[in-house]
Every structure is written in C-alpha cells, then in structure tokens.
Design a binder for this molecule. Sequence first.
Ligand code: NDP
Length: 681
Amino acid sequence: MTLLSTGTIVPSYVLDSWWTPADGSRTQLVLDASTGEEVASVSSEGLDLGDVVEHARTVGQASLGRLTFHQRAILLKRLAQYLSGVKEELYTLSARTGATRYDSMVDIDGGIGVLFTLSSKGRREMPNSQVYVDGDVEALSRDGSFSGQHIYTRIPGVACQINAFNFPVWGMLEKFAPAFIAGVPSVVKPASPTGYLTEAVVRHIIASGILPPGTLQLVSGSARDLIDHLDYRDLVAFTGSAGTARVLKAHPNVVEGGVRFTSETDSLNAAILGPDATKGTAEFDAYVASAVTEMTSKAGQKCTSIRRLIVPAGRLDEIVAAVAERVERRVRVGDPRADGVTMGPLASLDQRREVLSSVARLVEGGGRIVMGSTDAPAGADPNGAFVGPLLLAFDDADSPAVHEIEAFGPVASIIEYTDLDHAVSLAALGGGSLVATVATHDPNVARALVLGIAAHHGRVLMLDRVDARSSTGHGAPVPHLVHGGPGRAGGSEELGGIRSVLHHMQRTAIQGSPDMLTAITGQWHTGAVVQHGIHPFRKSLAVLRVGDQVQGGPRTVSLADITAFAEATGDRFYAHTDAEAAAANPFFPGIVAHGYLLVSWAAGLFVDAAPGPVLANSGLERLRFVTPVSPGDSIRVTLTAKRITPRETEDYGEVCWDAVLHNQNDEVVASYDVLTLVSKN
Ligand code: NDP
C-alpha cells in the first residue's frame, strides 16, 4: 500500500466501496504540518449520507447480527494483530500531521491497544451470545412465578463518530471497538486536517478482509447534514470543540428525535501539587516531569493535557524554574522527521492561529508569560505550524480566564492555592474536566483533594513515589476506565471498559415467568423448567443444556464431622469448637458446621467422579451462607446448569452452575455459582 501522493483526494469508504467526488468538486487542501506542503485534499461533495446511514442500518446491522459478542471480539483482536503489522507505514504518514514518533505511538499503538483490550474484556466479561444480562433477577411475586430482569440488546441503528483532528487513529478506534462488540455498525467522520491518516488505517482494515460488510464506513470531508438522517435508533459520539458540540446537540433530531448524543469537548485539566511535595521529593520531580510531558506530547493537542498547574502559595517561582529547566534540557521543537526533535508543530496553521489567539486572551485575562514566547521557535520552518512550549502565571488564581480559556497547544498556566479547600475550589472552576493529577504522598492530603475534586472530574490520577514510574500518566486514558468528564468536558463518561459496549445498547426491563426469562436471556432462572436424566457432568457442551440438573444428598452432619474438619483444616473458630462461646453468639444456636465443610460436602454430593467432559473447577462466585447447620441437621444439594459460554477459539467452554444447599426443613443453607470448564465434545 502506498502513501498519499500530491494531488490525491482522500477517498471515503461507503456502501462497502471506495468513493471519490466527481472531477471539479470543491475540495479542501490539507497541508503538511511542518512544511506547509500539500498532502492531499478532502471533499465529500456529492456523497449521499442518507444512503450511508441506510447501508449501516441494513447491511451492517444484518452482518453484525449474525455474530455473538465473543465472535465480534475475536474479529477485533485479529484486526489489532493485522494493524500491528502495518504500523511503520502509519508512523510515516502520521509525521505529516506534526506527530513525533512518540506522539504517533500514543495515537496508533494506543488505538490498536484499545482493540486488544476491549476484545479481551468482551470475551471475559460478556456472554458468548447477543443478550447481556444486567444485574440480578428481581423477585416480583411471592411464589416465584413472576420476576424481572434487566437485559441489554444492541441499538438498531448506526453509531456515528465525529472525531477531532488530534487523534486520527485512536479517536476512531476507541469508539469503533465498543460499537463493534455491541453489534452496531459505525460511520466514522474524522476531522478534515488529519483525516488522511484515518483513511490510511481504514484502507488497511478493509484490505484485511476481517470486517463483515457494512460494519465500517468512512466519510472523508465534511458531513454537515449527517444528523439530518438520524433518529432515536442511532447514536452520535462527538469529540471536538464545545462550540460545535453546542450546534450539533441543538439539532431537532437530537432535541426532538431522540438521537443519542454524547460529546467530549474542551477541558481545562488541573494538576495539583500537594503541600508535602517539596523540592527534592519524588512527587515534586514526577509533577514537573508530568507538566512538561503534557505540554509537549502531541504539542499539547490532547483533550487530557494539563492546562492548569495548581501549586502551594509561595512556590510558583520554584516550579516555573523547574519546568523551564526541564523544557530547556529535554524539549527540541521541529519537524518530527528530523533527528533529535521531541516536539512537533501543531496540526495546522489554523490551529496555530487559534492557539496564539487563545494565548493573547489569557494574557488579556491577567496571565504573564513566564516561560517561552509566542514567536516561532528558532530555526522552525516559517511554513510550519510551530509554537514552542508556553507557561503563563496568574497572580489572581481565581481569574476567570485561566479556568475558561483552553489554548489547545503546548500551553499551560500556573496559579497558587492558599489551602486545600482553595485548591479544590480552583480545580472546580474548570467547570468539569476530563482528568486531574494530584501529586502527594500524604494520604490525608490525597483524601481531602480527591474527594473534593472527584465530582468535577471523570478521572483522577494520584501521583507519588510509588507509582511515578509505573503510572500510565496524566494524559493517557486507558480503555479499562472511564474516559470523559462532566460539565465543560462534554458531560459524558461512556467510554471505558464494558460500559462503553453497553453505551451502544438499550437496557430493557423484562418481566415474566422464569421460563420466559430463561428463553430470552439464555440463562437459567430459578423456577424455570429443569431436565433430569443422564448426569450433567457426563455431557459435553454439544449436548449440555441450561436447566440440566442433578440433586444430591441428604447427608447428616455430626459433631464429630465438625471437629474433624476443624482439626484437619486448622479452622478452630469458636463457633465450630466451643459450645458455650458459640451459643453466646447472636447468629448461632450453638456449635455449627463450617460453611466450607458444607460446600466441600456438596461437591461430594453432586460430582460425577469418572473422567469425562468436565475438565476443571475454575472457581465459585456469589457464595452466601444463609442458615446455620447444627450437628444432627442434614443437607442436600441441587446443581443446575445456569449459563453456558463456549470459547470460540478453544475446544472447551465455561459452564456456570447454580448451586443451592437446603437443610432437612427445606430452608436454604447456602447458595453459590460453581464455574467449570467443560469440553465441547
Ligand atoms: P471542531 O469542533 O471544529 O471539529 C470536530 C469535528 O466535528 C470535526 O470532525 C469536524 O469536521 C466536525 N464538525 C464540525 N462542524 C460540524 C457540523 N456542523 N456537522 C458535523 N460535523 C461537524 O474541532 P476541531 O477538531 O477543529 O478542534 C477545534 C478545537 O476543539 C480545538 O482547538 C480544541 O479547543 C477543541 N478540541 C477539544 C478536544 C477535546 O477532546 N477536549 C479534542 C479536539 C479539539 P471538519 O474537520 O470536517 O470540519
């Protein structure tokens, strides 16, 4: 596959074909960020977005509907492996956006990492089916004949992803991956200035042949009427400026038509230095290093970059000096393709104008430039979008400008706090942010600051000597955890972990009899039909069905059994060994059997011992001891196949068994799930 050549119009990928506008269409030129040379042009003139949406809703929905969560997750893993093999080419193209190799790794490897992580979480945390069962069953009748269960099923439309210029690869993959696992086709609309890199990734994805038809479409160029074609079945995930988000979420199809709209917009992220983090401490060093990394990585064009350094009163000069010293020592601004360069230009000349205008507004609002300058860095190509690292100090920490103006480049401001409450109130003046760092090794300071600021943030990183080296860093959202933040940050926190998959699904409360709940969820519900006969441990996954049941017992417990168990295990807790002390305990009538004794006996009562399809016991879940068992009582066990999860790439699967122990009075003694690995054949 070749890189873009001059004069290329970046194509779109729609209706499972490549599409370019007709000759003579209006196009927008895209320039190399460092040299100003033409890279390509973009245009979507003549593209019918109604057709694109319809293709996703029909062809895309149909092809994803044939797959389970696990099957989709495996395709994502294959895609991640495939893209890992073409990274070098992507790095080369990425340099044209102004990204250094490190920046490109954050974008490209970070995006591929999301595919790997979500693929793995999807297979570990979701069933191998198309229905996600949410939480426990709710009993709604005395006799158990009527219950409620929340389930998630995929939304029936399309996930439209409108992305910002700063992460052309990660920005796409972080949204595409959860939509895909959920079973929802994506239409990706990258920002025009760097969309050619997104297009290169899509070209590889399509060439891999891994994705089913209609599941990924790309619109290169503007997509101003996209939301006109959407309704309540669809979802828009927007990243970009607060101004654009405001326009889009006021669209009648959002306000009245019910299009699901989430946004990630501006964020004036804070980093608070604890009073204990004095010069010479590991926390001080980590704080300064983090401040410089966040100003310079991606030339500060990260939604998560630190914009506000909030430091203890009287220490501003010391910290400015430390930041400036590190910048001087570590940062070389230039064309990222040149040797030794550690920070590239901004993505475009427009972005440079935007940043310098924001800096001017910060100065007007009371900021003094205490490090760097608005002049182009020495030796920089005048056609490039270069801005050097800039730090502004504000004497008035409460000045609105510092908390409201986001200069989306290598720019941060520094302010002082008087006490911890003041630090919290300053962080909150950001009006809701994606992330904050708290640098302290004092647990009391950490607790006061984090509990104070948590509700204003989507994520908080606590930085100290213990995690300074292992931390993934302030600016790196991880695919396992919430990404997003309240207020100014856009108000959404839908990405991160399985929550991001569920974001593309509808939660519905299903009410009915246990048999109906079992039929709908594929998971056996207490009270539903059961099957007896051949012992379920003799059945491979090919023949095992939910509801297959075995019963064992009764077995009577004697004091000698309890004493022997206490001696054998060393668990001589008084409730099992000291009659007087046990009787004084409000929960026990006297000596009672160990819960673990009962669970062990239960295994003896339900197990079929001969070699067969059951390969291993991989654990217990949800174990509850309900009624104490005294000497002379007897127990019986009922074991029912509850959930069967075949592993796509293995010759076995996981079976979750519902286990219930009853006593001679039919009272529940214990309940739990037994997890086993069972052969497919
Ligand atoms: P924009 O809001 O201008 O654009 C973001 C995306 O929205 C682009 O793909 C753009 O497409 C698209 N778009 C714009 N208008 C419409 C519309 N009416 N209908 C449909 N799509 C539309 O943000 P930029 O990427 O240009 O960044 C501008 C500023 O946003 C930055 O300077 C920064 O302040 C902020 N930003 C914040 C981020 C965050 O996560 N906190 C991330 C990135 C930017 P097109 O490019 O074709 O116009």
